[in-house]
Write a protein that binds this ligand. Sequence first.
Ligand SMILES: Cc1ncc(COP(=O)(O)O)c(C=O)c1O
Length: 479
Amino acid sequence: MGETLIKDYGSKGRKGYSLPKLDVEENEIGKYIKNDYIREEDAALPEVSEVDVVRHYTSLSEMNYGVDSGIYPLGSCTMKYNPKINENIARIERLTKLHPYQPEDQVQGSLEMMYVLKKHLCEISGMDALTLQPCSGAHGELTGLMIIDQYFKDKGEKRNKVIVPDSAHGTNPASATMNGFEVIEIESNERGMVDLDNLKEVIDDDVAALMLTNPNTLGIFEKDILAIAEIVHEAGGLLYYDGANMNAVMGYVRPGDMNFDVLHFNLHKTFSTPHGGGGPGSGPVGVKEFLAPYLPVPVLEKEEDSYYWDYDRPKSLGKVQAFYGNYNVILKAYSYITALGAEGLKATTENAVLNANYLKHMLKGEYELPYEENSFHEFVLSGSKQKEKGVATLNIAKRLLDYGQYAPTIYFPLVVKEALMIEPTETENVSTLDRFIETLLNISREIKEDPELVKHAPYNTEVRMLDEAQAARKPDLRW
Ligand SMILES: Cc1ncc(COP(=O)(O)O)c(C=O)c1O
């Protein structure tokens, strides 16, 4: 393995600091701390110079791959480049040092920022009211479904089912189950969309909601969305919008206008926080007016020129997070939206859709395209032709790493065999896209000529092919 351990860089007495001579009286530590707590020997810490430390960590960081290194086309994840200015803003000390217990009159600027962001998100989504509390997409789903549950309980209706299409992100059925709903899965049709007949078959007055993302996880826009909404609403159910794919429609279509009742955003995907690695995230939940009373407390309100937290909401489902939301992610989203403005957000959508369609067009001859429908911000190919040569989609993904590029999402959505789900995002330029296309075409050529080569990839990475099940169950984290 490539990099030397930091302890092996060092040698006894080597230092990475130089301090001025002590100009106060030296004291024995034993005067202040009980002997039981004092080490008998020095801790075995690495003794290294500054340059050792810098080289060690730089070398480790170079083994990693991130959005700052190159294309990261993980479908459904929107791993886009986020402008550094937004990171700088989120690190302004006067903002990072705020305390959530500070009185409202001391933090009016911050409250105004959150209030304006709420308004922007309502405008973008076509919703009437919104909470910034939830801290991830999945947390938003949980909150949204709790709101739906609370609403039906309040109406005295017992509805215990949630419908989820088979192409849905795994968090959708998981959130419904967590909320105590029974999940009813419906099969997509041959065009990759919700099948109206299937929907009509399962809809009844036990159904609380249908969860849908539009465009769906195949990157296909559900053209029948108004008919879908009508079927669900006629049966008394509600429509939940998974807003993770918002960068495909922002500025063009609003979930509220598609007749969705509740939605969550993934601020960390669409609005300038790097996604992945477990956080930080933010999943604001927007609702139509009739659901506003059920939003979590406190609700941020404005009276004349001042902002305050309203706790007096008798129908609220309560709190879903310790304070008011993931403040620094919220700040980045505010900064991103303010900088781009309405036209900029529309351009974001256009580029996300254009990039995905360009890649699809260039790759579909070599890799199977299971759904011919127009794509939005992402699309799904299948590696089944390559599988016939004995090379699995997993091997294609690993081979991409050899070429210094990141792999798309694989084996998801489950409805496509040997799936390669590609989301280039709006931030990649045409040269980067061309390089990615060339690499995937090259890998397909390699598979025809020498499948064994691709089967044993990667060759150039720090670690070769891992037994992924073992790596997850028994991670080797020791030295
Ligand atoms: C379509 C979809 N829904 C929901 C989620 C869940 O979001 P989070 O990872 O923030 O919990 C994701 C995550 O990528 C997603 O792609």
